[in-house]
Design a protein around this ligand. Structure first.
Ligand SMILES: NC(=O)c1ccc[n+]([C@@H]2O[C@H](COP(=O)([O-])OP(=O)(O)OC[C@H]3O[C@@H](n4cnc5c(N)ncnc54)[C@H](OP(=O)(O)O)[C@@H]3O)[C@@H](O)[C@H]2O)c1
Length: 261
């Protein structure tokens, strides 16, 4: 499957974000480099990193050596909240480490500790977007009301909110609140927050000749929720990408949704 065939979700400004990406938290040094190279080789075209992960240099090197064209890739990085006031310097450092002149998505990693800092920080992200350093900008770990404050102050909606998400954390109202505002929901830690031996997941997996982990990923995709599984294990990296050959029925989706508490 090429990047063109991958399922994507549109963001403002003619940007398309692949629904399945590759997570890189705790994948550092040589292991991080090897994992990203294996992911690109397996077909992932969306890589999630962050200043805080300390692996942007390895991500950049893997991208360069993979031979994948930059325009075929979607790269996200994130501003740590302690860099508030030093946004411009931080994105420039990220771009140097990633060896690219822009990222596809730049997120505020966590709401700043001082609530009053959120809006000025958001304005800095918008300025970076307007200068072409990021094609889209958004937030992570924001509540819907914190997103509303940004929209109210700037009339600019974050393209994405990256939050912890999985069948167990499924909440229809939170999903709808993001959709209603035009904010793409991106889930993180899909496995760490799942019980992969749950009988609902194992039953549905068996029906599709898939694994429960693949069902969890496909459930996100069928909800049009972006998902970014991480692995440093080559077989898992490949298996986690091999989710485009099946999809879940409406009934299966409902059964998995019901795992949400
Ligand atoms: N915005 C934020 O605040 C935030 C916070 C957390 C994470 N994230 C992002 O989201 C990404 C994913 O979240 P995460 O890394 O916390 O957790 P995750 O992707 O839910 O889980 C990763 C763990 O699951 C294992 N694993 C991978 N594939 C598996 C499979 N098919 N079956 C069973 N186990 C499997 C991995 O092991 P091996 O690696 O040993 O194979 C690793 O221990 C991160 O890497 C990061 O990019 C963002």
């Amino acid at each position: 499957m090429t990047s063109v065939d991958q399922l994507t979700v549109p963001l403002a400004g003619d940007v398309r974000m692949p629904l399945l990406g590759f997570g890189t938290w705790q994948a550092t040094g040589q292991a991080g480099y090897d994992a990203v190279l294996a992911a690109l080789d397996a077909g992932y075209r969306h890589i999630d990193t962050a200043t805080m992960y300390g692996n942007e240099r390895e991500v950049g090197r893997a991208v360069r050596e993979s031979g994948v064209r930059r325009e075929d890739l979607f790269i996200t990085t994130k501003l740590p909240p302690e860099r508030v006031g030093r946004e411009r310097e931080t994105i420039e450092e990220s771009l140097r480490a990633l060896d690219t002149d822009h990222v596809d998505l730049w997120l505020i990693h966590w709401p700043p500790a001082t609530p009053g800092d959120s809006i000025p920080t958001w304005r800095e992200l918008l300025a970076a977007r307007d200068e072409g350093l990021a094609r889209a900008v958004g937030v992570s770990n924001y509540s819907v009301s914190q997103i509303d404050e940004l929209i109210q102050a700037t009339e600019e909606t974050p393209a994405v909110n990256q939050i912890r998400w999985s069948p167990t954390l499924y909440d229809r109202r939170t999903h709808a609140a993001h959709r209603d505002r035009g904010v793409v929901l991106e889930g993180y830690s899909p496995f760490k927050t799942s019980d992969l031996s749950d009988p609902v997941l194992t039953r549905i997996a068996a029906a599709h000749d898939a694994s429960p982990a693949q069902v969890v990923l496909r459930w996100h995709i069928d909800h049009e929720i972006v998902v970014i599984p991480k692995s440093v294990t080559p077989e898992r990296i490949r298996a986690n990408f091999d989710v485009f050959g099946f999809s879940l029925t409406a009934e299966e989706m409902r059964d998995i949704d019901a795992l949400g508490r």
